[in-house]
Structure formats: structure tokens, C-alpha cells
Design a protein around this ligand. Structure first.
Ligand code: ANZ
Ligand code: ZN
Length: 860
């Protein structure tokens, strides 16, 4: 009975912060760096956020998923490491400094403060004592120390490399900052410039990074495929083409090809704009120089190159064919040849490569088919606008004629090797990782340039190399570079005046080892062996698919490198990976393209929408990713204010399976909130009548007890297998059962309600505590401290089974028989049915077919 003084509704706004404070006070989620090892470990990690200032629904989904896993693991007897930190370096802080005059550190730490407060309101089971921010010298100083280990291990290199240079901002741009050939900020035409940059030798690990993907069984298949493609192993050949006339002392051009079988179909050779032969052409011909300049101002990303129209310039140079005596082919400069891939040049075979075909058609070059589709006719086979890229049988190919593609590849490579004109090779698409960024808000690369000694590492005892605080963002370029004093230092080796490196690390470096640092975040060395080897690998990593390639690959590389140095026992950082779907929301757009906020739109009963202010028709977009530009974001803070964190968490879990996109809807949240209130009423209405805890349930409560234990089994399975929407559905059913069982045995009801409180805990931890505290007033322990409820196997087994009874294949009855009943008993029970006897009608039964547990069929 509801006591008059008890409020009729659950006051989540008071309860949630109260339970959060209680968990914090009791240190429920803290673990030591090096536990005693009595419990199995579970390291649960969500990809740490960039501190933009506000959490968004994508974060809420990510951390809710991780929290269910972490809480369930903890309850099932694991020592759980579940930390949180901030990926805090990066360009937005620098932009804020330029645009608004706030110092990047001030901007970043203010954002961290705001986001930490928002995250704390979600009631996540995090060990906040491990919080770290990558912009903190405590972190980046250790990163510099780690870099020294990489350097010593020979994994650091300085190389010339081509970059996108914004001549107005005086800075290097990332590919995505080049828009239509112009700098995204300055609008200036971007140039390609060769700079000496820092590289980490990830390519050395290419074979093992590829091979080990097979062992990552708890990673999504799609992510493994994306990684494999990115690493891009291809087998082929390097082929040397002698120039008809040597150019500037260059006697030949070497190309990489995956199709040495198609050499007889060659119609041109193409080099990248940055290739030495292109430079030689430019020195002779202003037309070539002009074409190269145009290529330099175009986008450099592979995608941009892929999409751009294929264009070229004939240098007038010619190369000899390795197999065809006396034949020569033109050398072109082409915009689709990448300098960074293979040898920066290729031989074009238009009949069997689409890019080459487009190029040949445009410039009127020959198209000679040399691979005939299986079953094709050599006399009539031609190639139109679509290249034939599959395997087949060789034609028009001299000594290769009649061979299939695979054998022709081998024969061509053998012949090249014999002639000394080439060799079989494996080529990797993966490039070394250029980590230099000409920016302020990043980890300084700890090196010093000395006239006499060259590049010298900063001695470890001088670390961290701190960022100067007094920086000027009003000038273009890197503030570290034009700082009046920071870069002027003495050479640590010879003492002469020297210059500090002013490049900072790509922020992907920061995120390539933070998961290892979390195991001993305050240590005075980058890693502590006992801690990192206790906790690593991360058992469950959770994040967005947008990080499928780079972040995960760089993290795998770092871990392998550290493994090789003996600093980390595991070679792979993430044993399990889960990639969650996006949070989408309806969007509203007027005919002239303005995006309206939901509250600016009136939706008629027939579903059509109009703008409240103007009455214009509005198009409703379904399932669009939440984005500020579309005015379709929902602020998590506002949702928590209105409904509480548990409601938001429950709604997020109740929707689609977590790897799919989910649509945020007002109806969905209010529905979740009604359920929160309903569970609270269910328990608060019941508690007064329940027998004391510990009262043994009687036989009268058996049906309810079975429902309870089946729910325990099903929900336990759902929480540990990411089938969260299934878990939610089972708890909904169970709530119905409990409501309908008001008159059931009291002890069985208590058992059911207590199980309910504990089963919802990973999803709705505050409500769980609230219900538990009503059920066990004055109890010592929190749900967060309890072991997971166990299903009693005796209550899980079904007691009877339903058998369909057919006569001549036609259903005549269904019967209930005890589980375990043997064939004779089932057949006898079937025969006893009135309907069945009537259908048999006294005819002799020729056969009795029994499909155990399902069907009895009588053939008469
Ligand atoms: C001749 C040929 C004939 C090719 C044919 C393909 C089909 P993957 O598989 O990605 O490794 N290529 C070589 N170097 C290049 C560069 N620097 N920039 C752009 N393309 C380059 O690709 C290898 C193929 O891409 C090579 O095989 C080469 O074209 C081209 F019927 O050689 B092929
Ligand atoms: Zn020196």
C-alpha cells in the first residue's frame, strides 16, 4: 500500500545525484594499477572524447553501451578497469584562439570541465581517479619519453615529403582541409611543397599488422577488411623500361605493376607530376611545367585523385618495351599517378584497366586487348568504354599466348628476371606515418637541430619539452616558430647555439597509447610493466566506425612496436571491438533549404509538416545523423534535466541492436520514462506487503519463480552479448509478469522484484539502487556492490512440451506431455485424443512417425 507520505512519482532529479555521490564515496569503481589478481580482469574502454565543450547523443550512446558491459562484468566477479580521459590536443582549440582570442589551454580545460560534469550526470561506472588529458604535460611529457624509445629502436625517421602548403596561412594542411584546391581557412590556392618531416616506421610492421587481423576474432569483419585494404598487400612486379634516349643521365624508368601479364597490351608509360622525369620534362618544356603546376594545386587525397578527370601531358620521351624488340612507347605525366605509391610511375594497359582506358580514349592512345574472357572469341573481341579487368586467356602476347592469367603472371616475371628487366615483388599500400604538424596545440616533438651535430634528441632528463604559454596567434603560421625565445636552445651534445624542433605530433600519436597509459596514469615513466601487463589488452573497446582505419591501425602499430621493445606483453591492444551505429533524428527543411528546429514545426495528423511561423510546407527527413548544421540535434543535458539519465540510457538501449543506427524520438524517450516510473511504482506499491528478506519461497510461487529465473538467464546473456534491445524487451515482459502476479506467493514476489532491481542495474543504475533501497531498507550494500543474480537451473527447465498430432499429415490435435516423456508415452497420449481417434476412424494404423518434442503423425 502506498503510504500517504510517499510521493507518487519517482523523484529522479533527487535520486540520481544522491546515488552518484554514494558510489563515489564508497569508491565503487576504483581499481588499483596492479590488483592482487584474485579476480579475473576486464578492461572496458570507450574511445575517449575530444573536448569540444558539450557531449552529444553519440557520446551518450557510446558510454551507455560501455557502461552496461562494465557494470555487468563487475557484478560477475571481475576486477574492471573503466577509465575516462580527453583527446585534448588539436586544431579546434587553435582556431578558437585565432577567432576569439582565448588561449587553447584555457578553452580546452573549460570544455573538459563542462563535459566532465555532463558525463558525471550520466551515472557511468568510471574510475575517475585515472582521468587524463593528452594536453597535460604529465601525459605528453611521457609521450615524449616514449618517442625516445621509438627513436632508439630505429622506428623514427626524417624524410622529405610532399605536403599541402597554404601560402597565406603559412601552414601545412591535411587533405581534408583542402577544398577544391584551396585552403579551407584562407581560401588561397594550395601548393604542394616538399618538407623534411618526422615519420614513424609503421611500414616495417605491415606484414604482421595484416596477418594478425585473422586472430582478431572479436572484431567486426568489416573493420578487419577495411584495415586489410588500407595495408593493401599486392603481389606484382617491378619492371624497368629503358629510355630510348637517356634524359639528364636518367637511363630508365621503373614501374610497379600488379599485372605483368598484360605487358603486351601496353600503350604508354605514365609518371607522377613529382617524378624526376617530369622535372626533366619541365626543364625543357614550359607546357610540361604548367601541367605540373596545375597538378600541384589539385587535391592530394586518393579520393580527390580518383574523382578528378584523368589528365596528362606527353613529355616526348619514349621508352623501349622489355619484350617487344624495337617497340617504343610515349612517356606521359598523368594526374592519377601517385608519387607515394610503388615507384611513382606505371605502364598503361588501357584494355584492362579502367583509368588507363579513360586516359587512352581521351588522348587517342592505342587500346590492344591481351586478355580474352573465358569462352570469348579472339577474332571478334574488342574493348569499348569498359575495360576488361577479370582473368582470362592471353592473346596478342607473344610467348604468353594461350596461358591463363595466373600462369602468364608467373611466366612474365620469370622472363623479366631472366632478361634482367625486372623482378617479382610484394607491394604495400601502407605508407610510413608522417607525424609532423606545424601547429602549436600538440605535443612538441622532442628534438633539437644543431648545425654541427644534426638532429639531436632532447635528453630524457630535460623532458617534458613544455609548450610555451605566451603565444601569439595574430600572425599566420606556427606560433612555436615565431615565438621570440622558445626555440632558441643550446645543443645538448656540443653546447653550440641550436634550434628546437617546432613541429608537434599528429594528435593520432596521442591516442595511440592512451589505453596503455590508463593502466598507470600517474606513473613517472610512460608505462609500468606490472600494470600494463595486468590490464592489457583492452577486453572490450567501443567506438564509432569512423575510427575503423587510422586510430585502430596506429594503436595496433604502437602496441606491436612496444611489444617488440619488451615494454608490453601483448602484441594487440584491443581483443574485442564493437562499433556502434549513429544516433539519427528527424530533420525539417523548407523548400528554400532552411533547416528548422523541431519546435518550429507543426505536424498535422496526416503527417505533413508546416513551419509554425510562416505556414510554409516542410519536408521531413528521416534518420539523418544528428548535426548542428541540420538543427536536428538533441542536447543530452536537457534530456537528463527533463527525464533523468536512466531514461536516456534505457531509451538508447531499447532501440535497434547497438551496431545499427538508432533514431532518437520524443515518443521513444517519453516511453522510456513511463517505464522508469512504472517500475518504481511496481516496487513502491509492493514493498509494504512483502515478507522479510530471506523468507524461502513456497511451492505456490513456482510459476513466478520460473519466470524470474528465466528472465535472469535471458537478461544475463543479453547484457554480455551486446543484445541490449533483447535485454530491454525481456525486462518489459518480466515487468508485465510481476504486475499480473500481485496475488502470487509473497516470497516469490520478493524474489522477482529483487531480481528486477538487480537486472536493470547495468542499464538503469540509479533506479536499480532506488528500488533496492526500498526492498532492503537499511541494507548495507548497494546494487553496485552485489554479485550478479544467478539463475537456478532447476527452475529453467521447461516442465512440459507441446506436441502436434497429425493424421495423414493433417493437424488433428495438440497435446501437452511431460518433458522427457518417451516415444511410447507420447504416442499413447496422442492416440487417446478424441479428435485423433475420430480421424483414424478405426482404420489400421500403418505407421507412427514421431519427431521428438514436436510431432506425431499417424499414417492409416
Ligand atoms: C599495369 C596494369 C595493367 C595495371 C592492368 C593494372 C591493370 P594496386 O592493386 O592498388 O597495388 N599503379 C602503379 N603505381 C601507381 C601509382 N604510383 N599511382 C597510381 N597507380 C599506380 O594497384 C597497382 C596498379 O596500379 C598497378 O598495376 C599500376 O597499374 C597502377 F591491366 O600496371 B597496373
Ligand atoms: Zn651540436
Amino acid at each position: 500500500m502506498t503510504d500517504a507520505a510517499t510521493p507518487a512519482r519517482y523523484d529522479f532529479a533527487a535520486a540520481e545525484p544522491r546515488w552518484q555521490a554514494e558510489w563515489e564515496a564508497r569508491g565503487c569503481f576504483a581499481v588499483p594499477d596492479v590488483p592482487d589478481g584474485t579476480k579475473p580482469k576486464a578492461y572496458v574502454l570507450e574511445m575517449f572524447p575530444y573536448p569540444s565543450g558539450k557531449i552529444h547523443m553519440g557520446h551518450v550512446r557510446n558510454y551507455t553501451l560501455g557502461d552496461v558491459i562494465a557494470r555487468h562484468k563487475r557484478a560477475t566477479g571481475h576486477a574492471v578497469l573503466h577509465p575516462m580521459g580527453w583527446d585534448a590536443f588539436g586544431l579546434p582549440a587553435e582556431n578558437a584562439a585565432r577567432d576569439r582570442g582565448v588561449h587553447p589551454a584555457k578553452w580546452t580545460y573549460a570544455n573538459i570541465g563542462a563535459m566532465r560534469a555532463e558525463l558525471k550526470r550520466m551515472g557511468l561506472s568510471l574510475d575517475w581517479s585515472r582521468e587524463l588529458a593528452t594536453c597535460d604535460p604529465e601525459y605528453y611529457g611521457q609521450q615524449q619519453a616514449l618517442f625516445m624509445d621509438f627513436w632508439k629502436a630505429g622506428l623514427v625517421e626524417r624524410k622529405e615529403s610532399w605536403v599541402n602548403w597554404d601560402p597565406v596561412d603559412g601552414t601545412v594542411l591535411a587533405n581534408e582541409q583542402v577544398i577544391d584546391g584551396r585552403g579551407w581557412r584562407s581560401g588561397a590556392m594550395v601548393e604542394k611543397k616538399s618538407l623534411s618531416q618526422w615519420f614513424l616506421s609503421i611500414t616495417r610492421f605491415a606484414p604482421e599488422l595484416l596477418e594478425a587481423l585473422d586472430g582478431l576474432e572479436r572484431w567486426p569483419e568489416r573493420v578487419r577488411t577495411m584495415q586489410a585494404n588500407w595495408i593493401g598487400r599486392s603481389e606484382g612486379a617491378r619492371v624497368r623500361f629503358a629510355l630510348e634516349q637517356p634524359v639528364d643521365g636518367i637511363p630508365e624508368v621503373e614501374v610497379f605493376t600488379t599485372r605483368p601479364d598484360t605487358l603486351f597490351g601496353m600503350s604508354f608509360l605514365a609518371v607522377a607530376a613529382e617524378h624526376p622525369l617530369a622535372a626533366a620534362a619541365a626543364a625543357r618544356d614550359p607546357g610540361a611545367a604548367g601541367f605540373i603546376a596545375e597538378c600541384r594545386s589539385a587535391g592530394t587525397s586518393e579520393a580527390a585523385i580518383e574523382q578528378a578527370e584523368k589528365r596528362g601531358f606527353d613529355t616526348g620521351f619514349r621508352v623501349r618495351h622489355p619484350f617487344i624488340e624495337g617497340a617504343t612507347f610515349p612517356v606521359w605525366i598523368a594526374n592519377f599517378v601517385l608519387m607515394e605509391y610503388g615507384t611513382g610511375s606505371l605502364f598503361g594497359c588501357p584494355a584492362h584497366d579502367q583509368r588507363d582506358l579513360d586516359f587512352a580514349r581521351k588522348y587517342g592512345l592505342d587500346v590492344t586487348p591481351v586478355v580474352l574472357p573465358k569462352g570469348g572469341d579472339a577474332a571478334t573481341f574488342t574493348v569499348g568504354d569498359i575495360a576488361f579487368t577479370e582473368d582470362g586467356v592471353m592473346i596478342n602476347s607473344g610467348f604468353l599466348d594461350g596461358r591463363d592469367t595466373a600462369s602468364a603472371k608467373r611466366a612474365a616475371i620469370d622472363a623479366l628476371e631472366e632478361k634482367g628487366a625486372g623482378r617479382g615483388v610484394v607491394n604495400w599500400r601502407l605508407r610510413d606515418w608522417g607525424v609532423s604538424r606545424q601547429r602549436y596545440w600538440g605535443c612538441p616533438i622532442p628534438a633539437i637541430h644543431c648545425e654541427a651535430c644534426g638532429v639531436v634528441p632532447v635528453p630524457v632528463e630535460q623532458l617534458p619539452v613544455r609548450l610555451p604559454e605566451d603565444v601569439d596567434f595574430s600572425k599566420p603560421g606556427n606560433p612555436l616558430d615565431h615565438h621570440p625565445t622558445w626555440k632558441h636552445v643550446d645543443c645538448p651534445r656540443c653546447g653550440a647555439k641550436a634550434r628546437r624542433e617546432t613541429d608537434t605530433f599528429d594528435t593520432f600519436v596521442d591516442s595511440s597509447w592512451y589505453f596503455a597509459r590508463f593502466t598507470a596514469p600517474r606513473a613517472s615513466t610512460p608505462l609500468v610493466a606490472e600494470a600494463v601487463n595486468h590490464w592489457m589488452p583492452v577486453d572490450q573497446y567501443i567506438g564509432g566506425i569512423e575510427h575503423a582505419i587510422l586510430h585502430l591501425l596506429y594503436s595496433r602499430f604502437f602496441t606491436r612496436a612496444l611489444h617488440g621493445m619488451g615494454k608490453v606483453a601483448t602484441p594487440e591492444p584491443f581483443a574485442g571491438l564493437f562499433t556502434q551505429g549513429m544516433v539519427t533524428h528527424a530533420s525539417y527543411r523548407t523548400a528554400d533549404g532552411r533547416w528548422l528546429y523541431p519546435e518550429e514545426v507543426e505536424i498535422a495528423p496526416d503527417g505533413t509538416a508546416t513551419a509554425k511561423a510562416t505556414g510554409e510546407a516542410v519536408t521531413i527527413g528521416r534518420g539523418e545523423k544528428m548535426s548542428k548544421s541540420k538543427n536536428n540535434t538533441v542536447d543530452p543535458g536537457a534530456i537528463i534535466d527533463r527525464f533523468g539519465a536512466d531514461t536516456a540510457r534505457w531509451f538508447i538501449l531499447s532501440d535497434n541492436p547497438p551496431d545499427r543506427d538508432m533514431e532518437w524520438s520524443e515518443g521513444g524517450v517519453t516511453g522510456a520514462h513511463r517505464f522508469v516510473q512504472r517500475l518504481w511504482r511496481l516496487v513502491s506499491n509492493a514493498v509494504a506487503d512483502l515478507p522479510a528478506p530471506g523468507t524461502g519461497p513456497g511451492e505456490a510461487g513456482r510459476a513466478l519463480r520460473q519466470a524470474t529465473h528465466r528472465t535472469i538467464a535471458a537478461v544475463s546473456e543479453a547484457w554480455q552479448s551486446f543484445a541490449f534491445n533483447v535485454g530491454v524487451a525481456r525486462i518489459h515482459e518480466f515487468a508485465n509478469t510481476l504486475e499480473a502476479a500481485k496475488d502470487a506467493d509473497g516470497a516469490a514476489r520478493r524474489e522477482g522484484l529483487e531480481a528486477l532491481a538487480r537486472l536493470i542495474a547495468p542499464a538503469m543504475p540509479h533506479l536499480a539502487e532506488e528500488l533496492w533501497s526500498m526492498l532492503r531498507p537499511g541494507g548495507e550494500r548497494l546494487v553496485a556492490e552485489l554479485d550478479w543474480p544467478e539463475a537456478d537451473p532447476a527452475l529453467l527447465v521447461a516442465e512440459s512440451m507441446t506436441i502436434a498430432v497429425q493424421v495423414l499429415g493433417k493437424l488433428r490435435a495438440t497435446i501437452q506431455v511431460p518433458v522427457g516423456a518417451d516415444e511410447a508415452a507420447v504416442v499413447a497420449a496422442a492416440e487417446a485424443e478424441e479428435n485423433v481417434r475420430r480421424a483414424i476412424a478405426g482404420k489400421p494404423v500403418r505407421k507412427r512417425i514421431y519427431v521428438p518434442g514436436r510431432i506425431v503423425n499417424f499414417v492409416v
